[in-house]
Design a binder for this molecule. Structure first.
Ligand SMILES: C[S@@+](CC[C@H](N)C(=O)[O-])C[C@H]1O[C@@H](n2cnc3c(N)ncnc32)[C@H](O)[C@@H]1O
Length: 407
């Protein structure tokens, strides 16, 4: 068990010759020291080490895997010196359902706990003064297996809390309710670029963000199924220039590039585009283009034979869905084909997804949360964009819509 030691003020000591204060934290594994300069006047933020944890294992500097039931981290608090504790989660592989337990001298109890808003990217600020006499805090990231980045910090005052949050465009939640300060920063749904860049920095995170899986064999098998669908509905010829909207890390491009003249992967996220360039570097006929999230302005009119967009429309607003269909029409040569899919509200699976998201508190819903489409919605867009031979087929929970630009 770790022990906070040192001079007065809960482990904070000041040596005569130094202008630095020192916080010493004694652990069974050794002693950690933090030098804190003029802590009473200057905003100070320190990393708060967990003194105890269960059901979580470290997979990187900030990254963790929750391995078992009831995972948690326990932290000691020093409210007189650091009245604010900050918990940050980011780059999670799924929405976390964090809970916070304060120990006010009687241990942790579920009757004295806070359900924090469910998120994939969030900062939770705990105002210790407003919570009363808190000795320890227990942070439970979720009740199930998950991977996530996590860190805990202690802050000497609100200035450092605010500057920490100010640098990060994420959703924040306060625990203990600070009356003089309210902040809620959330990326809006239409800020596609920041949203997708923020969850795709590493190869692994990009795979999880784009497909929900990291296993290469499963990724390749799903890509083959997508190619078979394209071949069946719009055809892929050896002479075709094929363009994907929202291409992710190039999952489908990897399987399509050997089958066509050129494959162009477009994506709003520069991270994804970089992943495509690395992953598909062996193909001379691959081009990766970062877009603005609204159009295909870098692509010339009438230069492409097939445009497709899969597992992207659920994350877009209706206007962008239509804009991309209209843009697809523009970049297609006469006789070119376009295919898109959306989560079909008029299917059992689509309705289940709709109900799961309805069950979340509105403020706990991610900006990029999957929104359903009706078959009619997608058909209207194709018709309005002047496509002909419009057809629709249900595929699992999706509705696949395709059509042709008149010759
Ligand atoms: C669920 S992933 C699907 C990736 C790829 N289509 C696949 O099936 O492997 C959604 C992709 O759409 C991209 N995206 C999201 N909003 C976009 C937008 N407005 N314009 C272009 N791409 C977008 C994301 O960056 C992400 O790569």
């Amino acid at each position: 068990m770790a022990k906070i030691s040192g001079g007065k003020a809960g482990g904070l000591t000041r040596s005569k010759e130094s202008r630095y204060h020192q916080l010493r934290v004694q652990r069974s594994s050794g002693e950690s020291r933090y030098d804190i300069k003029a802590w009473q006047r200057v905003a100070v933020l320190i990393r708060l080490p967990a003194f105890q944890r269960r059901g979580v294992s470290r997979t990187g500097f900030h990254s963790w895997r929750a391995t078992g039931d009831d995972p948690y981290f326990v932290f000691y608090t020093f409210s007189s010196l650091f009245p604010y504790v900050i918990f940050q989660i980011w780059e999670t592989d799924r929405t976390l359902t964090p809970q916070l337990f304060p120990d006010r001298g009687h241990g942790f109890s579920s009757s004295d706990s806070f359900s924090l808003f469910q998120a994939k990217d969030a900062i939770y600020v705990v105002s210790l003064k407003l919570l009363g006499e808190v000795r320890r805090l227990r942070f439970d990231p979720s009740s199930y297996q998950c991977e996530f980045n996590f860190r805990a910090l202690a802050s000497s005052n609100l200035t450092s809390v605010k500057s920490f949050i100010g640098r990060r465009q994420v959703r924040t939640d306060e625990i203990g309710r600070e009356p003089v300060w309210q902040t809620t920063i959330q990326l809006s749904r239409h800020n596609y670029k920041d949203q997708w860049n923020s969850i795709s920095s590493s190869d692994n995170h990009a795979k999880i963000a784009a497909t929900g899986i990291a296993d290469e064999a499963a990724i390749a098998s799903a890509a083959r199924a997508a190619v078979a669908m394209l071949q069946q509905h719009v055809g892929i010829g050896a002479n075709d220039v094929v363009l994907e909207i929202g291409a992710g890390f190039g999952r489908i491009g990897e399987a399509l590039a050997p089958l066509c003249r050129e494959w162009i992967g477009t994506d709003v996220s520069e991270n994804m585009v970089e992943h495509i360039k690395r992953r598909l570097a062996r193909f001379a006929n691959v081009r990766a283009v970062a877009t603005n999230g609204f159009d295909l302005s870098q692509v010339s009119s009438a230069s492409v034979d097939v445009v497709y967009c899969t597992v992207v429309f659920p994350h877009l607003d209706e206007w962008e869905r239509y804009s991309y269909i209209a843009e697809g029409f523009r970049v297609l040569r006469p006789g070119g084909r376009m295919l898109v899919d959306g989560v079909n509200l008029d299917s059992d699976g689509g309705w289940k997804i709709f109900e799961e998201i309805r069950a979340l508190r509105p403020e706990g819903r991610q900006a990029s949360v999957s929104k359903t489409s009706t078959p009619q919605e997608l058909k209207v867009y194709f018709r309005r964009a002047n496509f002909i031979n419009i057809q629709q087929v249900p595929r699992d929970d999706m509705i696949v819509t395709f059509g042709m630009k008149p010759s």
